[in-house]
Ligand binder design. Sequence first.
Ligand SMILES: Nc1nc2c(ncn2[C@@H]2O[C@H](COP(=O)(O)OP(=O)(O)O)[C@@H](O)[C@H]2O)c(=O)[nH]1
Ligand SMILES: [Mg+2]
Length: 351
Amino acid sequence: MALFNFGKKKREQEEAARREQEQAAAAAAPVSEPVMAPIQEETVREEPVQEEKKGLFSRLWQGLSKTRTNVSGRVDELIEATEEIDDDFYEDLVDILIMSDMGVRTSDKVITELRRRIDEQHITDARKARDILKQILKDMMNKERKPLQWPMVMLVVGVNGVGKTTTIGKLALRFKDARHSVVLAAADTFRAAAADQLEIWAQRAQVPLVRHAEGADPAAVVFDGIKKAQGAEADLLIVDTAGRLHNKKNLMEELRKISRIITREYENADVRTLLVIDATTGQNGLQQAREFSEVADVSGIVLTKLDGTAKGGIAVAIMEELGLPVLYIGVGEGIEDLQAFDAEAFVDAIF
Ligand SMILES: Nc1nc2c(ncn2[C@@H]2O[C@H](COP(=O)(O)OP(=O)(O)O)[C@@H](O)[C@H]2O)c(=O)[nH]1
Ligand SMILES: [Mg+2]
């Protein structure tokens, strides 16, 4: 077993200072106030919020450009060509939504609601229909999320190649930047390359990584990860998994075993299972999500590679058809290209 530890001393000092601050804040806060960070952990950074928001939005805008051209471009054309809002208009619009991978059921639901609001408000201008459509999508995707709680274990699952390891690297950096201490566990022991790849990210993020040899028991890696996280009083342990869906029974067993270890060894930790879905796989990805949520208690979705698809409507389908929140989205291969999902910004970037 190799244990990698970077900048330990400095981190410990930072940690001690952070804990002291937290304790002081906790003492000052009313008892009923939960001492937890909001999901938008950017808020604790020191950069000017406005600047950062602009930067984040431009990355989102850039990352969703293919979907925007596909969806917004077609909607614009339709509006141009529409003299009155009639059945043809709704039919063409539903086709555009389906083509963006929103799924037939979800697209129909959106259009039914659009019809209702348009009738109710006696709207005749197709341009106004566009604004209402945007609002409906925002309402649909604006799901309540559980606030983050520390210590936390993030179990990252999903089929091969969807972007699990990359996402973990991005998450590690993100939380570290928000002054949380992070430990990574390479429980994808199926291929040695997986741990090597995670190790590169651990080095970039300057966070410790726990790994075993290829073929080792993933639960044993998780066990050591927990010990490492507890020893360092870390906020967050992120676990990379192999997630071989082709054998559902094995996967279920593996995840169960990992969960048991966490429950037994890390009682006070909040466990979140993040399912990573590759947006470029469209409806297939939706099917994967369905199958995974049958075997694992999925808390939320990370939708990756949105920059590589014109069919970002899959985000709407996932939320609507599976009732699972999209928590983060990947809009590129860079470290900054993982964003906390924001329904408002997402819809504004594709329309
Ligand atoms: N364009 C793009 N590529 C991504 C994104 N996330 C991951 N990737 C790429 O997808 C490939 C597979 O990622 P990896 O993390 O190894 O997937 P894993 O098998 O699930 O761990 C890599 O080439 C990543 O760079 C993203 O948001 N956008
Ligand atoms: Mg991997």
